[in-house]
Write a protein that binds this ligand. Structure first.
Ligand SMILES: Nc1ncnc2c1ncn2[C@@H]1O[C@H](COP(=O)(O)OP(=O)(O)OP(=O)(O)O)[C@@H](O)[C@H]1O
Length: 271
């Protein structure tokens, strides 16, 4: 089990409703991508799942128990502030291991940290500060840390959003390899992205959110067998069809306005 359920979840900042009526269940071992326009509340929803805030109403549960705060059962990887900059990369991973497995000796923890860093292709960074690594290397280290603590749930907020296309593709492949590695213990993943193709490559299901206020517009299944190989995927008609559907869903707000004869203001027009 590591099922995450959202029941009628709503969230407001003061009088501003960010999202409402969120109902969704991520099944154990499922890879779910959250896709939606800027401001629909994807990051806010992920923060609630991480236990870094409480919903204004509704319930979030993990295996039926309410999520009331952060916990080692949920690993978190954010876009660019995942590692403590004042600690070496190795110490960052050791710190997490120390919280997850406090009974293990320092030497064991350092060894495990090094092993996970190597698993993501970082052989020589243990004693380096995160600031001395490239963005891609920092995200590798953050992934190593998330997998090292072996939490059954992984929450990722645009982890590859700031990376160049090649690094991004490599890290997507790495993430899929790690996630698929042990099919009996697959993590339940929530992955926020703006990138339709990334969502199709990674997800079992894609949750598309609408905006003003945020809500679940649709949930699409990615019925493409795994392992998915990038080159084959791009020439698969199922990929093209799903990509088209997702883009249509994402643009639905704009299309609705146009259908009703209203002009869509371009950004900044009202200023
Ligand atoms: N601390 C805060 N106080 C008040 N409003 C906030 C705060 N954090 C976020 N918001 C607002 O909540 C809304 C949702 O923000 P959030 O970052 O969750 O959206 P998002 O879908 O992840 O956006 P993006 O794709 O641009 O990252 C936005 O309108 C944002 O301005």
């Amino acid at each position: 089990m590591h099922e995450i359920a959202l029941h009628d979840v709503a969230f407001s900042y003061g009088s501003q409703t960010i999202f409402e009526d969120i109902n969704f269940t991520a099944y154990a071992g499922e890879f779910v991508c959250l896709l939606g326009p800027s401001g629909c509340g994807k990051s806010t929803l992920l923060r609630l799942l991480a236990g870094l805030g409480q919903p204004s109403s509704g319930r979030l549960t993990l295996d039926g128990s309410p999520i009331t705060g952060p916990g080692l059962d949920r690993g978190v990887v954010f876009q660019d502030y995942s590692l403590f900059p004042w600690m070496t990369t190795g110490q960052n991973v050791v710190l997490a291991l120390n919280q997850a497995f406090p009974g293990n000796s320092k030497a064991e923890q350092a060894e495990t940290a090094q092993a996970y860093l190597e698993m993501v292709g970082l052989t020589d960074v243990f004693h380096k500060l995160p600031g001395a690594l490239s963005g891609g290397m920092r995200q590798r280290a953050a992934i190593a840390r998330a997998f090292a603590i072996n939490s059954p749930v992984l929450l990722m907020d645009e982890p590859f959003g700031a990376l160049d296309a090649i690094t991004r593709a490599r890290l997507q492949d790495l993430l899929l390899q790690l996630w698929q590695h042990n099919s009996a213990e697959r993590k339940t993943v929530f992955f926020v992205t703006h990138d339709v193709e990334e969502a199709i490559l990674l997800a079992d299901r894609v949750v598309v959110m609408g905006v003003n206020p945020g809500s679940v517009r649709s949930v699409l299944e990615v019925d493409i067998p795994r392992p998915r190989r990038r080159q084959e995927l791009y020439s698969d008609p199922a990929f093209a069809e799903l990509r088209h559907k997702l883009i249509r869903e994402l643009n639905a707000d704009v299309l609705e306005k146009l259908n009703h004869g209203r002009t869509v203001q371009s950004a900044g027009e009202a200023i």
